[in-house]
Design a protein around this ligand. Structure first.
Ligand code: AQP
Length: 345
């Protein structure tokens, strides 16, 4: 991974003694996981598992910031956890748990709400995007999403937050909130930094290469889901929009091709330059057929492992329970210090 550390310092006042950097990241079970979630986030979690002290959370409280079908949500929570494991997260190396199973997240979020200026929140671009798409009411929860995310990260004295480009602004506000709290009340939080890869940090919709691939896109043809079968993958790639011309090139004026080449490069483990060379003079149709095969082959072992995990639900429950047991002492300690500093209880 070409690791781009977004923040310069990643000051770590409280974590100086920890040998491995503390990492926190998560995915909201607001829909089915897609290859954008994998390329932008999960693959990096897997890659750095040995070198870091990891917490990977299923952030279900974030999912309900937009309307969810309660029965589907429950299933998606476990689907996301099973997919973490199927993608290569090892529960002996990383702690996996469900956000709402630890009430410390909601309590810290409330306290942080009370130190976060509303003007900072109004600048959040994801809120602007998501609230415009909302047909029903725009909830306070959606507006408050970045503060809850700050609580998730700060509870565990996190040093690094591996995320896709779309979450960069949320990690920046987390840093601002932590600094503000520390300077007003006293040292409580490590200042985290976002870790964003330069390749694949923003995978775009196959139907609109100017919009990011998203779980909640009403058009399912824009996203390749990790559990899509071979027919669905072939269909979605065949009908994926392309740019004018015939060249298979990843230039700025060919956003659709650039996106398809990035997906091919990451999932097929081949450089974009090598692919451009190989597909010189070859039409889009052949390129797309090969790309579909690469994606299908990439998904095959993940889906096999997912099915095995799904069938042994007791195992998954056990992984999530163990993860929760391991993270709670850390979040308790942070919250106790915060309560003390603020003068609560
Ligand atoms: N298209 C993407 N390209 C690269 N990375 C992406 N991520 C999401 N979409 C892309 C990264 O995946 C992680 C989990 O994201 P999330 O579930 O917390 O929320 P999100 O960023 O809002 O993801 P979605 O898929 O767009 O969900 P909905 O539609 O529910 O909002 C994050 O690290 C994110 O950067």
């Amino acid at each position: 991974m070409d690791k781009k550390e977004d923040a310069i310092d990643g000051e770590s006042e409280l974590n100086m003694s920890t040998k491995k950097p503390a990492v926190f990241s998560g995915v909201a079970p607001s829909g089915s996981l897609h290859i954008g979630n994998y390329i932008g986030a999960i693959r990096h979690w897997v890659e750095f598992q040995d070198k870091e002290d990891n917490i990977f959370c299923v952030v279900d409280l974030h999912a309900i910031t937009t309307p969810q079908d309660p029965r589907k949500l429950k299933e998606k929570i476990y689907e996301v956890a099973a997919l973490y494991l199927a993608c290569g997260i090892n529960p002996d190396k990383s702690k996996i748990f469900v956000q709402s199973h630890n009430p410390d997240h909601a309590q810290l979020a409330w306290i942080l709400n009370c130190v976060t200026p509303i003007g900072w929140m109004r600048r959040m671009t994801q809120f602007k995007d998501k609230s415009q798409k909302q047909k029903e009411i725009v909830s306070m929860g959606l507006f408050d999403y970045p503060v809850l995310m700050a609580a998730d990260i700060l509870l565990y004295q996190t040093n690094e937050v591996p995320v896709g480009e779309d979450q960069k602004q949320h990690v920046e506000i987390t840093r601002d909130i932590a600094r503000r709290f520390n300077s007003r009340f006293g040292e409580a939080f490590t200042i985290p930094k976002a870790v964003i890869d330069t390749t694949g940090a923003r995978i775009m919709s196959l139907q609109n290469p100017l919009a990011k691939m998203s779980k909640s896109d009403p058009n399912p043809d824009g996203s390749i889901f990790l559990l899509d079968d071979a027919d669905a993958v072939q269909h979605k790639i065949r009908i994926a929009v392309t740019d004018s011309g015939k060249e298979v090139k990843a230039s700025e004026n060919k956003p659709a091709l650039k996106n398809l080449l990035t997906i091919y490069s990451v999932l097929g483990n081949e450089s974009v330059e090598a692919l451009e060379e190989r597909y010189q003079g070859v039409g889009y149709r052949e390129f797309k057929a090969d790309l579909a095969e690469v994606v299908i082959e990439f998904l095959r072992p993940i889906q096999k492992k997912y099915r095995e995990i799904w069938e042994s639900r007791g195992y998954l429950d056990d992984v999530l329970r163990r993860g929760l047991e391991m993270v709670r002492p850390v979040s308790h300690e942070t919250l106790a210090r915060v309560r003390e500093l603020v003068g609560l209880g």
